[in-house]
Design a protein around this ligand. Structure first.
Ligand code: NCD
Length: 317
């Protein structure tokens, strides 16, 4: 748990955050936004080096973390695809790789295809904090920080919200972490629109309901409610499927966000989010709709929230 003190903490799961921790982070995020928007030179992370260790492909998370460190005057050590280019190819253990990288850096940002890898790295790293940038189909806490901030900025609250998450609820780590985040606040109702075989696991449903989140699982377009404050669309996570047939079958059954869908089911003042990349999730014809925030505030908030998290975890604010 963070308990108001971010300094030196590993950030592995959204479950470590309380409402107060989020409020501290959002407060700092506002300040970080000013630095970035005004191109203010910053020395907040001066003298510090942050390692970006990405075992899985990434565009936004990798570049927004790199940009966040550099916007704050720090430096990065960047390793993408270590399984192809580093001693990992020679059979080095994951723990050894982490121990080596921590010797060179002040924090490690880790993305990995295996669920639980972030926790494992946090255990291996003795001296520096590890931040989970997505581990398998488990969690993606920093994506949730930016998603929650985007909702908070738009609605001024994170309780009393009705939303719909669509796509691959079983495998999408961004959905898993966001549901945990929203379960911290009262009176939230989430509709989950997914093909039957990509529903949330039963364990996850029970645990979220125990925390007070109202979850309603739906499986086709006609069940979409008309009163959502936001939609959160995700792609089918192709890389998590064991066979091409299973993937194609799922793809066949998904609902895509189109202008017609918005016209039929969406409120005027809702927002449409997508963690991206969008692959048959949101029709580009929707981009011009001002409710579509995925290429606008949602993406920018990824930079500001990561700047805030780094400044806090590295004890510079
Ligand atoms: C997501 C991820 O990697 O989990 N992307 C991201 O980090 N913004 C979503 C995805 O891959 O579908």
């Amino acid at each position: 748990m963070i308990h108001g003190c971010f300094q030196g903490k590993d950030i592995v799961s959204l479950d470590q955050f309380s409402v107060d921790d989020l409020s501290i982070l959002f407060n700092v995020t506002g300040k970080m936004k000013q630095i970035a928007v005004n191109n203010e030179p910053s020395r907040i992370l001066e003298g510090l080096l942050v390692a970006l260790l990405f075992f899985e492909p990434s565009s936004r998370t990798f570049s927004s973390f790199a940009a966040a460190v550099k916007r704050l005057g720090g430096q990065t050590l960047e390793m993408q695809n270590p399984e192809a280019v580093s001693s990992v190819t020679k059979g080095e253990t994951f723990e050894d790789t982490i121990r080596v990288i921590e010797a060179y850096s002040n924090a490690i940002i880790l993305r990995h295809r295996i669920s639980g890898a972030a926790k494992q790295a946090a255990r291996a790293a003795e001296d520096v904090p590890v931040i989970n940038a997505g581990d398998g189909n488990n969690e993606h806490p920093t994506q949730t920080l930016l998603d929650l901030y985007t909702l908070y900025e738009r609605f001024g609250r994170l309780d009393n919200i009705t939303g719909m998450m669509a796509g691959d609820a079983l495998n999408s780590r961004t959905i898993h972490s966001l549901l945990r985040g929203l379960s911290l606040f009262g009176n939230n109702t989430m509709y989950i629109l997914s093909p039957n075989q990509l529903s949330l696991s039963r364990d996850e449903v029970v645990s979220l309901q125990d925390r007070g989140l109202r979850l309603i699982e739906i499986h086709n377009e006609r069940e979409i409610p008309h009163d959502c404050d936001f939609w959160y669309w995700t792609r089918i996570q192709k890389e998590r499927f064991s066979s091409a047939e299973e993937y194609q079958q799922a793809q066949h059954e998904i609902v895509i966000a189109t202008p017609e869908l918005l016209k039929t089911y969406a409120k005027k003042d809702m927002i449409l989010m997508d963690p991206l990349p969008r692959v048959e999730s949101v029709d580009p014809a929707v981009d011009a709709d001002e409710r579509a925030v995925y290429l606008r505030s949602q993406i920018r908030n990824g930079l500001y929230t990561r700047m805030a998290l780094l400044a806090l975890v590295l004890g510079r604010i």
